[in-house]
Design a binder for this molecule. Structure first.
Ligand SMILES: [Zn+2]
Ligand SMILES: [Zn+2]
Length: 154
């Protein structure tokens, strides 16, 4: 397995249009075309390949919550099939499932009515409505945003 620094060098030459920068939280920033990575986090190389995949697939940050899971799955598939083999990295499928489960839980909690706990539906992007009590509420999330908050509150 490549060290993190040589993996980044390799990715920089493969994707010359992207910037790779160390950040407090791994994520892809479409605004600045920058992939942020956190070398101290667990499986930082897998996460880096995942974020690079969001970039390579040109994912925008703000999508409907219901699309998030597909986008996450797509970025992991790309990382596993297109990127990891080039660097002799094997991404554990269990790790990916855990990440996707976290998204599932997170989306579920976002879609739960804050007043009556019924399951709401996403009427517009990040705007939910409760079919039971008529409440509506906003969420403000996108790809890889705030996900760590959910993990740490468990
Ligand atoms: Zn992601
Ligand atoms: Zn309700």
């Amino acid at each position: 397995m490549l060290a993190m620094s040589s993996l980044i060098k390799n990715l920089e030459s493969k994707f010359p249009d992207m910037t790779f920068a160390e950040g407090p939280r791994a994520h892809w920033s479409p605004d600045t075309q920058t992939v942020y990575y956190d070398p101290k986090e667990r499986h930082a190389d897998w996460v880096l390949l995942h974020e690079t995949s969001h970039a390579a697939l040109n994912h925008h940050r703000y999508v409907r919550d219901i699309e998030l899971l597909d986008i996450e799955r797509e970025a992991w598939s790309y990382a596993v099939e297109q990127l990891a083999p080039q660097y002799s990295i094997t991404i554990d499928p269990t790790f990916i499932e855990t990440q996707l489960d976290t998204y599932r839980d997170w989306i579920h909690s976002k879609s739960t009515c804050p007043h009556c706990q019924s399951n709401g539906f996403e009427r517009q992007k990040h705007n939910y409505c409760c079919p039971h009590c008529g409440s509506s509420w906003q969420t403000n999330i996108g790809i890889d945003v705030g996900i760590r908050r959910v993990i740490s509150s468990r």
